[in-house]
Design a protein around this ligand. Structure first.
Ligand SMILES: NC(=O)c1ccc[n+]([C@@H]2O[C@H](COP(=O)([O-])OP(=O)(O)OC[C@H]3O[C@@H](n4cnc5c(N)ncnc54)[C@H](O)[C@@H]3O)[C@@H](O)[C@H]2O)c1
Length: 360
């Protein structure tokens, strides 16, 4: 029997512990369990040992719901008292990098952390050092890459039956760089696989940067962004509606529509105009939602060599995706020219505050 891993959640709001009613009602079944605590609770070998939140009322409510007796207002105290092997972090971004560093220094070996990773290039550079450690395991909240409809669509593309992949398009509506597009970029990077990313070009909406040009207070809307890969494949973030992930190949287009409610192929079968055809979705629901990345961490902690190797790639993609978020801003600040990942101002900062003053 596998050993039990003591785990704790830091930040017990929606992503940490309380999935919103809208998501519960409308999101595709593949997204569940979505909250960190629900996922830990459902994993056979993870023990939800402690909960931590600075809001006493929230803490009491979720501790009562999950029947967890160890609850902490201060994550330092939680680390000392519980010594968890795995933590998840679902605070807002402003405190995230600090918590990751503190927990890493304390000896926590595995973390599942919400997106985005951090607010500044400087924070990212210091997190790169930690995430590059081979025996430190890390996943984050951009989870679509683990979900079956996305995996099914990419597998069809990679089979080659529709010709070469040409474009990876994300239609996630009119949305903000930090709140939404870590998901878009993560999907593009995942679908692009081992292709080399050459440059990024972007055009953003309004920036609140009255004090300093390179310190952005708000979370800017992405009006358009293009990622150029070395073999000509293009990643394209649009403002198109639908929460769609579209893989355009030479001879057909595969669309994971509405967050994975369906997969549709747009294809000409008789040398005439193309038509839409639905693909049967996989019925299995094993290890979906946040359970998928948490299970990866569990397998790494229990010394599964294949998953340890895979986590190196996942960590590489997380760091790259976060860097691309900053590159998108850098391109915009330079008049929307294409820039490479090595041309980002190290002082670039995105505080990502909403109109109401909440951090992303
Ligand atoms: N992966 C996804 O699909 C997805 C969806 C929504 C939000 N998010 C991300 O998840 C993060 C959390 O979003 P949310 O909607 O759950 O936020 P939320 O405001 O509902 O929850 C954040 C919680 O963190 C607590 N907190 C703040 N500082 C703390 C600290 N120092 N120690 C412990 N707890 C602290 C707050 O009291 C609050 O309860 C955001 O960064 C957001 O971008 C991800």
């Amino acid at each position: 029997m596998a050993r039990i891993i003591d785990s704790a959640v830091v930040g017990c709001g929606r992503m940490g512990c309380t999935t919103s009613d809208w998501v519960k009602k409308y999101a595709p079944k593949y997204f569940f369990p979505l909250s960190h605590a629900d996922a830990i609770h459902q994993h056979k070998y993870l023990n939800l040992k402690a909960l931590c939140d600075t809001n006493n009322e929230t803490l009491d409510k979720v501790a009562n719901h999950f029947q967890v007796k160890n609850k902490y207002l201060d994550f330092n105290k939680m680390l000392q008292a519980i010594n968890p092997e795995l933590i998840t972090i679902a605070t807002r971004t402003n405190i995230r990098s600090h918590i990751i560093h503190r927990a890493y220094d304390f000896g926590v070996k595995a973390m599942h952390v919400e997106k985005p990773l951090c607010n500044s290039m400087r924070e990212l550079l210091s997190l790169e050092k930690i995430l590059n450690e081979e025996d430190f395991y890390f996943t984050w909240g951009a989870i679509r890459r683990y979900l079956l409809p996305y995996q099914q669509a990419l597998k069809l593309v990679e089979s080659g039956v529709y010709g070469k992949l040409q474009e990876i398009k994300i239609n996630f509506g009119s949305s903000s760089l930090f709140w939404t597009h870590p998901h878009s970029i993560d999907l593009i990077i995942w679908a692009a696989g081992n292709r080399k990313l050459e440059s990024i070009q972007a055009y953003l909406g309004h920036l609140d940067n009255n004090q300093k040009k390179n310190v952005i207070e708000n979370d800017p809307e992405v009006l358009s962004s293009i990622l150029y890969f070395d073999d000509g494949v293009i990643g394209n973030i649009t403002r198109g509606n639908g929460l769609d992930f579209i893989l355009t190949c030479e001879n057909a287009e595969l669309n994971v529509r509405a967050d994975g409610h369906e997969i549709v192929i747009y294809l000409s079968e008789n040398n005439d105009y193309p038509q839409y055809k639905k693909v049967d979705l996989s019925k299995t629901l094993e290890m979906q939602g946040t359970l998928a990345p948490l299970n990866q961490l569990f397998l790494c902690l229990t010394n599964n060599k294949e998953f340890i190797k895979n986590n190196l790639l996942i960590k590489r993609d997380i760091l790259k995706t976060q860097r691309i978020c900053f590159a998108i801003l850098q391109s915009h600040l330079q008049g929307s020219i294409p820039i490479s990942l090595n041309e980002i101002d190290e002082d670039l900062t995105i505080m990502g505050k909403s109109k109401e003053g909440f951090f992303s």
